[in-house]
Design a protein around this ligand. Structure first.
Ligand code: ADP
Ligand code: ZN
Length: 220
């Protein structure tokens, strides 16, 4: 089963993907996480990715597509995968379709998350993430703070803020999304695999609710 998480930054793709991984057993593969790991380790890929990510721009398609193509060959994702943050351009979506077609597979579900822009900005600037790569639990210092400031409830590791989670960069990330990623809504709508869910405090419908509903429907 191939599931794609689509949506502007800060809509909760990572949160929903992690919950779906726990419930369905398919690996969450986040291109953003792959880039951040490489930035931390100071690899060549990390240096290249950082020059785009810090400006709120997309990493070039050829680089990103190659990473995902090789990840899709690994044994742990043959039964299914939850792609979190990929594809983000029409070229990436077309490349993914080609890769999957060669394996006799296709995209089964595209979960398109939407959130009002003011809420995205609030959410992103108050987001903190567990620095333990095995944990990566997401907190919000306003809505969902850890019990002890700066420390992960689950594993005790330090919480960190993503460098691109500041007001200036989130605005360019949203603009990049509008320009380059939002055409994918129609792309997948036309393929009949799109499922749109609003994730918002305002309607009291959060990532956890979306994950529960999707799991219920898949297990039906
Ligand atoms: P968010 O959705 O909150 O922006 P991600 O972790 O998915 O967070 O992505 C962080 C950054 O990594 C993006 O702003 C972009 O620069 C880069 N990135 C992630 N996925 C892709 C992709 N599929 N194509 C190009 N760049 C990507
Ligand atoms: Zn943790």
């Amino acid at each position: 089963m191939i599931i794609i998480m689509l949506g502007a930054p800060g809509t909760g793709k990572g949160t929903v993907a992690a919950l779906l991984e726990g419930e369905l057993g398919y690996k969450q593969v986040s291109t953003g996480d792959i880039f951040r790991k490489n930035i931390q380790e100071g690899t060549e890929l990390g240096k290249l990715a950082d020059s785009y990510i810090s400006k709120g721009q997309l990493v070039p398609d050829d680089v990103t597509i190659n990473i995902v193509a090789s990840r899709l060959e690994e044994p742990d994702v043959q039964e299914g995968i939850i792609l979190d943050g990929f594809p983000r351009t029409v070229a990436q979506a077309e490349a993914l379709d080609d890769i999957l077609a060669k394996k006799g597979k296709k995209v089964d579900m595209v979960l398109n998350l939407t959130t009002p822009e003011e809420e995205i900005i609030e959410r992103v600037v108050s987001r903190r993430i567990c620095s333990n790569q095995q944990c990566k639990t997401v907190y919000n210092v306003v809505m969902n703070p850890p019990k002890q400031e700066g420390i992960c409830d689950k594993c005790g590791a330090k919480l960190v803020q993503r460098q691109d989670d500041n007001e200036e960069t989130i605005k360019s990330r949203i603009a990049t999304y509008m320009e380059q990623t939002s055409p994918l809504v129609e792309y997948y709508q036309n393929k009949g695999v799109l499922r749109t869910e609003e994730v918002s405090q305002r309607i009291n419908h959060l990532g956890k609710d979306v994950a529960d509903e999707v799991v219920r429907d898949i297990n039906k």
